[in-house]
Every structure is written in structure tokens, then in C-alpha cells.
Design a protein around this ligand. Structure first.
Ligand SMILES: Nc1nc2c(ncn2[C@@H]2O[C@H](COP(=O)(O)OP(=O)(O)OP(=O)(O)O)[C@@H](O)[C@H]2O)c(=O)[nH]1
Ligand SMILES: [Mg+2]
Length: 309
């Protein structure tokens, strides 16, 4: 049987230096690429596994899928991906240690159901206080011994599997890194009678990704009349005064100008979020009309506005 790199899941080979899985010595556990990434943090640009290849393979399989996404990256685009999974599936909010206390799990559950019609949700984190063996309980409920750990790149899939391996006393470690697209192939893990697959992560269509690597800290901005906000390639124009709170992973630039010059008009109610895929979201306090350079921006209710029944 072909031996696979335990870092990225590719078949190890010692023939072609420029191809995936190359190692000078087939006795090694890691390919050259993973060895460099693990020891020196070096990584090539542009390594990516196609969304359709991952989905086709999972959808032909048996068992259940756990789809990992961190809170900043929950939006229509990622939920749409989640909905393309045909196996029974659970949405998993990863890196839950990064959530602020007021974004409590019960509120997030109700909010996910109301806004995105997702009702099966699990919260995980690499911190010891979060129990990861819940996934075995869920697998039992679904009468299956097979699971796929799927989700956005950098969501923490490999880290989660490493935690399961460690808890089971298995000395094997998949490569995890703060760079996108670390895992390049399916990696099969056996824990007791359970078979769990790590899978390559999905990327956003526009290639950007909100990297959640510290607690989600809001930044408030007082908006003066005629303000233009520039957030990466997105622009928003506010004619009136307002207050916005930004939850994201990039910087916002503010400019003042007289006229909108932007094409698309959006009506926003009080306390709504405007979603910025690959960046995070912007909470808008006062009802207003804003102009944008993008069509069809997603708006939704703020998670803190959720009412318990
Ligand atoms: N704070 C925090 N960081 C985490 C957690 N899980 C993973 N990380 C960090 O997130 C980064 C990405 O982790 P990976 O496990 O490589 O993510 P992945 O989903 O396997 O990524 P791909 O293989 O690229 O699809 C690493 O820097 C991890 O240390 C978590 O629960 N909390
Ligand atoms: Mg991975």
C-alpha cells in the first residue's frame, strides 16, 4: 500500500521533486513540503483543492459530516457550501474560545436557526475545557462509525483531529498551521472502531479569508455625515450620522466626501449586520440607507438581539 504523508495526506514519492508528496527518503513520515511548513513555517502560494472534488468524494461516502466554521466566517456563502453536503451533517462552530462571553452558545443556536435555518450545531475548541468526545456520541445517535471533518480552510479541522488522537492516547499528529490550505488530501484516522477523515479545507471564491486568531473584539466607529468606509475591496457610503461596530480581521479606512458615487443602495434597519465575506461583519446601530460598490450584500439580525422564547 502507498504510504501517505501524515502532514497533508498526499502519497509519498521519491521520484519527482516538483510534485506533491516528494520526500528524498520514503522512510520519512512527512513530505518535503510538510517538513518545511512544520519546521520553518514555509509555504508555497496557490496550493488549493477544488471544492467539487471534496464534495463529490464525501457525497459518495457513508456516515456523517461535521462542517467546521469559525464565527467570523459564518455567512450565506459558507452555509450554502454546508448545504451542498448530502450526508447527515452537523454545523460545528470552531475556535469557540475566541467568542466573547455575550455571544453565548444558546443565542448563537437560536440565531443560526432563525437566520440560516441550521438546527444541528456543536461548539468546539482546542482548549481542554471543551469536550471533543461529543462527536462519538453524535455518531452513535446516527448509527455510524464513519465521520468526515470538513469545512473552511483554517477552521481548525486538523487541530481538532489531533485533539481526538491525543485524548485517545494515539501518538500521531496531522499537520496544522496558521496558513490556509494546509491539508491537501483526505487523511484517514482510526480511533477504536471509529473511522474519521480529515479533509482539505474550502476557500472563499474571492480567495480572502477572515483569519480568526484572537478573541473577536469589536471596534466601534462614530460615523459622521458623508463618510466613505473602505474595507479591503468593499466600499460603503453613509450620508447620515451613524454608529457602527466592526467585528473582523482587517483594517477599516474612513474618508469624507460629498456624494455617494457608489451604485447600489441598501436599506438597513436598526442593529443589523452587514456581512463582509472573508472579513467578518459590520453591525449598524441606526436605521439608514447606505450605498455600496457591491450588489446583494447580505444583511441579518445581530446575534445579541436574539430573544429567548
Ligand atoms: N484559538 C484557537 N485556535 C485554533 C483552534 N483550532 C485551531 N486553531 C488554530 O487555527 C489555525 C488553523 O488550524 P488547522 O487545524 O491547520 O486548520 P484546518 O481547518 O485543518 O486548515 P486546512 O488544512 O488548511 O483546511 C492554527 O493556527 C491553529 O493553531 C481553537 O480551537 N482555538
Ligand atoms: Mg488541515
Amino acid at each position: 500500500m502507498n504510504k501517505r504523508c501524515i502532514g497533508c495526506g498526499k502519497i509519498l514519492q521519491d521520484q519527482d521533486k516538483s510534485s506533491e508528496g516528494y520526500t528524498p527518503n520514503l522512510k520519512n513520515e512527512y513530505c518535503m513540503r510538510c517538513f518545511r511548513l512544520k519546521n520553518y513555517g514555509e509555504k508555497k502560494e496557490g496550493e488549493i483543492v477544488l471544492e467539487k472534488d471534496i464534495l463529490t468524494r464525501v457525497n459518495k461516502g457513508k456516515g456523517i459530516a461535521f462542517f467546521l466554521v469559525d464565527f467570523l466566517n459564518i455567512n450565506q456563502e459558507t452555509i450554502h457550501l454546508f448545504n451542498k453536503i448530502k450526508l447527515p451533517k452537523i454545523l460545528v462552530i470552531s475556535k469557540s474560545d475566541m467568542l466573547r462571553r455575550e455571544m453565548n452558545q444558546d443565542k448563537i443556536r437560536i440565531w443560526l436557526d432563525q437566520v440560516y435555518q441550521v438546527d444541528k450545531v456543536l461548539f468546539i475548541s482546542n482548549k481542554p475545557s471543551f469536550k471533543s468526545n461529543n462527536i462519538f456520541k453524535i455518531m452513535e445517535e446516527y448509527n455510524t462509525y464513519t465521520a468526515y471533518i470538513m469545512g473552511l480552510t483554517n477552521a481548525g479541522k486538523s487541530t481538532f483531529l489531533n485533539k481526538l488522537l491525543k485524548e485517545a492516547g494515539i501518538k500521531k499528529e496531522i499537520l496544522a498551521s496558521n496558513k490556509p490550505n494546509t491539508t491537501l488530501d483526505f487523511i484517514k484516522i482510526k480511533i477504536g472502531e471509529y473511522t474519521i477523515f480529515d479533509t482539505p479545507g474550502f476557500s472563499y471564491q474571492n480567495d480572502s479569508l477572515a483569519l480568526l486568531n484572537k478573541e473577536i473584539k469589536p471596534i466601534s466607529y462614530q460615523i459622521k455625515p458623508n463618510t466613505r468606509l473602505i474595507i479591503n475591496d468593499l466600499e460603503l457610503f453613509f450620508k447620515e450620522e451613524n454608529k457602527v461596530i466592526f467585528y473582523g480581521s482587517t483594517k477599516i479606512e474612513r474618508k469624507y466626501q460629498e456624494t455617494p458615487q457608489l451604485v447600489y443602495k441598501i436599506n438597513v434597519s436598526a442593529n443589523q449586520d452587514i456581512v463582509l465575506p472573508g472579513i467578518g461583519y459590520l453591525n449598524i446601530k441606526e436605521p439608514c440607507q447606505i450605498w455600496s460598490n457591491k450588489d446583494n450584500l447580505e444583511t441579518r439580525i445581530d446575534v445579541s438581539e436574539v430573544k429567548y422564547e
